[in-house]
Design a binder for this molecule. Structure first.
Ligand SMILES: Cc1cc2nc3c(=O)[nH]c(=O)nc-3n(C[C@H](O)[C@H](O)[C@H](O)COP(=O)(O)OP(=O)(O)OC[C@H]3O[C@@H](n4cnc5c(N)ncnc54)[C@H](O)[C@@H]3O)c2cc1C
Length: 383
């Protein structure tokens, strides 16, 4: 038996693609090497559906962040039920130089397509009114009201659950170790277990290993590097100390550094940005970063009690070395091998838009691409 589409990788990107493609009459399977889904980068992150003011305007990330934000809010949240909440973002400026960046981010947001009504530059007093425990050295901030916090692991399971009820097959403990073409020009995918699976199209959503999967198939078009981020998660005793997702100014302090309320009542502090760690170590936490993360916490919220750290967590952004942008395109030599790689932030925010682009690429392979008459979009995650 030959599948129409085989997806490698059960993180949020593979799952959102599976959900989008399950709207069509395609025989599909998704393979995940771990015993559970969303246990790599999709577990170690801030879980923010960003408004879209941060990515450089020329990047694919900018376009898909803004579209993805809209799709989450207007479509996905209506059909898929998993933990999420609207939480405003505040990008905090602690001096004149950082205020200049805030103004630049506001302008960039407008260029990227963020609605004017969703952003505002705040004065010191306005920031303190919204975030009473913020460091009083604050100069001002950029407020964005279209950001959301989601549980990215449960969102992944919701995408997969919905796709499965519409015919997707999934496998865990299914590590892809070989990909070759057979005499019918179809892919033969070998698993570590020795099993072989055939498919007409492959979608490569293997996170940090996407470059290796592409190479395995004979299409070494790109190379990725790592940027690990570690967090400290504070106990619910700290609940309420921060009300908004409070960012340091990106580019000056590394992207996405936050103190933020979590959906489960805890408080998130971090992440670090450590370049070039071994792929095998992307989820490791290290004692050297402990105090550094603490300093982020106290810089933003001086009264935060870091002794209340309950959990430490890490994940790593897979970065395309050549473009530092998403890779959403087929292999140069084969339009039926489609890459969803370079999935650094804001890939969660962009996920439904990434899935749409991949669906278009699947259609362009020439495969029969017809909508299902009985597609059921609704799914409620129970855990
Ligand atoms: C510190 C940090 C903070 C972030 N914060 C945000 C944020 O707030 N907002 C945002 O939009 N984005 C954020 N991101 C980015 C976001 O987390 C990632 O872009 C997203 O999770 C990537 O998902 P993925 O499915 O591509 O990768 P992954 O979640 O890594 O999934 C890839 C899957 O492929 C599997 N796999 C690999 N090799 C094989 C193989 N050979 N066979 C079978 N399966 C295989 C892996 O086991 C894995 O499950 C952040 C990232 C980090 C690291």
């Amino acid at each position: 038996m030959t599948y129409d589409v085989l997806i490698v990788g059960g993180g949020i990107i593979g799952a959102s693609i599976a959900y989008e493609l399950s709207k069509y009459n395609l025989k599909m399977i998704l393979l995940e090497k771990n015993p559970v889904f969303a246990d790599e980068t999709s577990k170690g992150n801030s879980g923010v559906i960003h408004g879209g003011f941060d990515p450089d305007s020329h990047k694919i990330e900018a376009r898909l962040n803004v579209l993805g934000n809209k799709l989450w809010r207007e479509e996905i949240f209506k059909d898929l039920f998993f933990p999420r909440a609207q939480v405003n973002s505040l990008v905090l400026a602690f001096n004149e130089e950082e205020m200049k960046h805030i103004k630049m981010l506001y302008e960039r947001g407008l260029t990227n397509g963020v609605l004017e009504q969703d952003m505002k530059i705040l004065t010191k007093d306005e920031v303190i009114a919204l975030e009473p425990n913020v460091n009083k050295e604050i100069f001002g901030a950029l407020l964005c009201t279209s950001s959301w916090a989601i549980d990215p692991v449960r969102a992944t399971y919701a995408f997969l659950g919905a796709a499965k009820q519409n015919g997707l097959e999934t496998r865990t403990n299914a590590e892809v170790v070989g990909i070759k073409k057979d005499q019918n020009d179809e892919f033969e995918v070998s698993l570590k277990s020795g099993e072989k699976i055939k498919s007409k199209i492959i979608i490569n959503a293997a996170g940090h290993y996407a470059d290796e999967i592409a190479k395995l198939a004979g299409y070494p078009d790109f190379k990725q590097t790592t940027r690990r981020g570690q967090y400290r998660i504070l106990s619910r005793e700290q609940q309420g100390i921060v009300k908004n997702i409070c960012f340091m100014v990106p580019t000056i302090h590394g992207k996405g550094v936050v103190v933020a309320p979590m959906l489960d009542g805890r408080v998130l502090v971090g992440p670090t940005a450590e370049n070039g760690v071994d792929k095998k170590d992307t989820r490791l936490v290290t004692s050297e970063m402990w105090d550094y993360i603490g300093k982020i916490g106290t810089k933003i919220i001086p009264s935060i009690n870091l002794d209340k750290t309950e959990i430490s967590l890490a994940g790593s952004r897979p970065i395309d070395i050549e473009t530092n942008d998403f890779i959403i395109k087929p292999a140069k030599e084969n339009k039926k091998f489609i890459n969803a790689a370079g999935m650094q932030s804001p890939a969660i925010a962009s996920a439904p838009a990434i899935a749409l682009e991949i669906a278009q690429l699947v259609k362009e392979t020439g495969i029969k691409f017809e909508k299902k008459s009985n597609f059921n979009p609704k799914y409620n995650i129970e855990f």
